[in-house]
Structure formats: structure tokens, C-alpha cells
Design a protein around this ligand. Structure first.
Ligand code: SF4
Length: 438
């Protein structure tokens, strides 16, 4: 394939959206290199003649970012900088038919389960021998492990099942092999991700099998931290908590999106759980795994959310004292159940409610962080930036949670190493520390 200035075939993969999309891009990267095709991820150089954009179609902002990225590369194609533009991922899965008409300069569109067809388009074949292998695109001391694809839940506001399909668990043997291969390459922290990680096994093992999977992964040599994300509250498999409590290399950390704090809204959202049952579960989690850090996400401004129900959610956040909290304004997503409801909360009110919740959480987070001053924690060093090292305790996930800041002028540390560090200062979302030993 010759373009102006004759470029050797080189593929650049661009990833948008969540960590699950990132894993898909890493699998594509691994398969293409496995076929001997020169492939980069997020290359800033203009030396690729083929671009594959792995899009996100979750909510409005994410969709807009995906479309802007596609248009940017279509422009680059017009300027002869790239030869082919291919689009895959959630936005493509969801709106392929419309987008094909609206952006005809894209050479081909692929869905979220179209890897083989995409590989064919790139003159590559799917290599089964690479199952369990993955080239990482983030620092190799931590890696996302996607334990399943899709979701069977009926949450009223969510378009993910439309884009990712039904829940499919990955066989345990494949996941253990993947973990072993990652550990061999220096990965020390595994982040378990899915749409609903607590649903693991119900399809292929006919039972909730996350606890056994955690045990098997915990037995993998070289893995120091295993972190559980995207748990679902209704039907939560409590045997997971027993494994968390007994295994030192499973982080005392749980990401469990709860979405709201009012029983009435939880019903409208079709979450299958009440405020009372949610609080019982939170109490059980904290009783069974003392000191656990709980991360959650909430949606403000869902259709039908009155001032009173929002006040209930504020009170829920106040009493639940989450360690980590993310809040999103409701996004009116077509083809979801909520789309048939009246989106009656004005956008500015949605945003005000998000801001009020985050302001409340800021105070809680500061108090919780100040309680850590004087204590010593095991910290994983993620990066060096400016005059500091940045790391995390087992209570913090990369990219979304708090960081531990250590002075790089005073200390010689290595990215990817663990260090015992004493907390000397705290802000709402960060801790200041100094190494005790390294
Ligand atoms: S569990 Fe998560 S991914 Fe599944 S429908 Fe509910 S919000 Fe969407």
C-alpha cells in the first residue's frame, strides 16, 4: 500500500473510554504484532498509515469525544497523513448504521465482538496461541484483567448491554493463564474488571464463582495485589468477602457502583435493591473485611428524582462515608428504558446536584485521609513526575482514586516497586508520605 511519501504499513490503535476498552485494544495490539504487523498504541508520531479507533458510546460526553477523534483522523486522511481509518468499539456497535452515512470517509466500521473481522481487514489472522498473552499499554506493574464481557442486568439508564451484549464469563483457566503470563512480565497488581464482576460464572459454571476465581488468582506467584472492580449490590456473593478477608494479596478494596440512595429511585432505575438492603450490605462488607475501602458511583438527576429523593441521597452519602466516590449527571440515552421516561430534571440542576454530592464527599474524604496521618502503609510507586514520586496504597485504584506523593529529591525509589511509607500529610484526595524503608 503506497501513499504520498510511501509509508510502510504501520497501525496506530487509539483507545477511548474505559479500562475494558483498553483491554480490547491490548488484545488487538497483541494479535497484530503476533501477525508481524508493526503496531503502536496511541502513537503521537505521524508514521502510521492505518488508524484503528476503539470508541466509547456510554454517555453524551464520551460519544462526542469519540466522534471528534474520528473526524480528526478523517481530516488526517484527507491530508494524506493516514491512508485508512477504521472504527471499532461501543459507539460503532451502537450507531454503525447512522455513522456510516454521516461519516462516509471511514473505511470500515466494526462492533465490540468483531475482532476476527477487524483482523482480516488488516490482513491478519486470529492466533489462538496468543490467548492468555497480552501486551500492556500502561506501566507493566499493574494490569487490568477483564473477567467477562457484556451484562444481563436491566438497569434503566444504561446502554452498555446494547453495546456489549449478554454476559459472557471468561473461563477460569484462561484467566489464571493470563495472570501467570502477566506476573512473568512483572505485573504485581491485577485489577479485575467487567460490566458486573459479581455475576462471574453464572453462565458457564451455573453459579456465582467469583470467590473461587479470586482464590485461584491469589495463588498466582508474583501477584501482590488483586483489586475488585464493578461489583453489583443485588445478589452480592458474600463468600467473596471471606476470601478477601483471608487472602493478604487481595486488596481491602471494593468498587461497587450503587447509583442512588433512595429506594424509590433504585426502583425506577431497576437496580433490584432497596436503600435498606444496600446499607445492610455495606455494613456486612465492613464487618467481614475490617478497614476495607469502598468506592462507589452515583447518578444525580435521573428522571423522577425529586428534591426529597435527592436529599435522601445526600443523607445516604453522609451516613455511608464512602472512601471514594464518583458522581455523574444522568445522561438521557436512546434505546434505554429510562429514555421512555420524562427527563424532567433540568441539566443545570443535574450538575448542581453532582456538585453538592462531590462537595459533601470532599469533606468526608479529607477527614478519612487525615486519620491516616502518622500511619505506615505499603505503597506501589506508579510514576515519577516533576520533583515527586506518585504511588498508591491498597485502598486506591489507578487513575480514579487518591495518590500518595513522595519527595523525589529526598528519596531514590523505582517505578513498579513497593515501599513502606509513613503518612505525614493529607488533602481531600491525596496523601503526603515519606519512605520508612526501601
Ligand atoms: S450492571 Fe452496569 S453495565 Fe450492567 S446494566 Fe447495570 S449499569 Fe449497565
Amino acid at each position: 500500500m503506497k501513499t504520498k511519501g510511501a509509508k510502510k504499513t504501520k497501525v496506530n490503535i487509539v483507545t477511548l473510554g474505559c479500562s475494558k476498552n483498553l483491554v480490547d485494544s491490548e488484545v488487538l495490539l497483541t494479535q497484530l504484532r503476533g501477525n508481524g504487523i508493526d503496531t503502536m498504541h496511541e502513537s503521537k508520531k505521524d508514521d502510521s498509515n492505518i488508524v484503528v479507533i476503539n470508541t466509547c458510546g456510554f454517555i453524551d460526553n464520551a460519544k462526542q469525544e469519540s466522534i471528534d477523534t474520528i473526524l480528526r483522523y478523517v481530516d488526517a486522511k484527507e491530508e494524506g497523513v493516514v491512508e485508512k481509518v477504521y472504527v471499532t468499539g461501543c459507539l460503532s456497535e451502537r450507531y454503525k448504521d447512522d455513522l456510516q452515512k454521516e461519516i462516509p470517509d471511514v473505511d470500515a466500521w466494526f462492533g465490540t465482538r468483531d475482532l476476527s473481522r477487524l483482523l482480516k481487514q488488516l490482513n491478519a489472522n486470529y492466533k489462538h496461541e496468543l490467548v492468555g498473552e497480552r501486551i500492556l499499554t500502561n506501566p507493566s506493574h499493574f494490569a487490568y484483567l477483564k473477567i467477562s464481557e457484556g451484562c444481563d442486568r436491566p438497569c434503566s439508564f444504561c446502554a452498555i448491554p446494547i453495546m456489549r451484549g449478554k454476559h459472557v464469563s471468561k473461563p477460569m483457566e484462561e484467566l489464571v493463564l493470563e495472570a501467570k503470563n502477566l506476573a512473568k512480565k512483572g505485573t504485581k497488581e491485577l485489577l479485575l474488571i467487567a460490566q458486573d464482576s459479581t455475576y462471574y460464572g453464572l453462565d458457564i459454571y451455573k453459579k456465582r464463582n467469583l470467590a473461587e476465581l479470586l482464590q485461584r488468582l491469589s495463588d498466582v506467584e508474583g501477584i501482590d495485589w488483586i483489586r475488585l472492580h464493578y461489583a453489583f449490590p443485588a445478589g452480592f456473593p458474600t463468600d467473596v468477602l471471606d476470601v478477601m478477608a483471608e487472602r493478604a494479596n487481595i486488596c481491602k478494596y471494593l468498587d461497587i457502583p450503587l447509583q442512588h440512595g433512595s429506594t424509590e429511585l433504585l426502583k425506577i432505575m431497576r437496580r433490584g435493591i432497596t436503600r435498606e438492603k444496600t446499607e445492610e450490605l455495606l455494613a456486612l462488607i465492613r464487618a467481614k473485611v475490617p478497614g476495607i475501602a469502598i468506592r462507589t458511583t452515583l447518578i444525580a438527576g435521573h428522571p423522577g428524582e425529586s428534591e426529597a429523593e435527592f436529599a435522601e441521597m445526600m443523607q445516604f452519602v453522609e451516613t455511608s462515608r464512602f472512601d471514594r466516590l464518583g458522581v455523574f449527571p444522568y445522561s438521557h440515552e436512546d434505546n434505554t428504558h429510562s429514555y421512555s421516561l420524562n427527563d424532567n430534571v433540568p441539566d443545570e440542576v443535574k450538575q448542581e446536584r453532582v456538585d453538592q454530592l462531590m462537595e459533601l464527599q470532599q469533606g468526608i474524604s479529607l477527614e478519612l485521609n487525615q486519620q491516616k496521618i502518622g500511619k505506615t502503609f505499603k505503597v506501589l510507586i506508579d510514576r515519577k513526575e516533576g520533583g515527586n514520586f506518585y504511588g498508591r496504597t491498597e485502598f486506591d485504584s489507578p487513575e480514579v482514586d487518591n495518590e500518595v506523593i513522595l519527595d523525589a529529591k529526598q528519596n531514590y525509589l523505582r517505578v513498579g516497586d513497593f515501599v513502606m511509607a509513613k503518612i505525614t500529610g493529607a488533602s481531600e484526595f491525596d496523601l503526603i508520605a515519606e519512605p520508612v524503608q526501601h
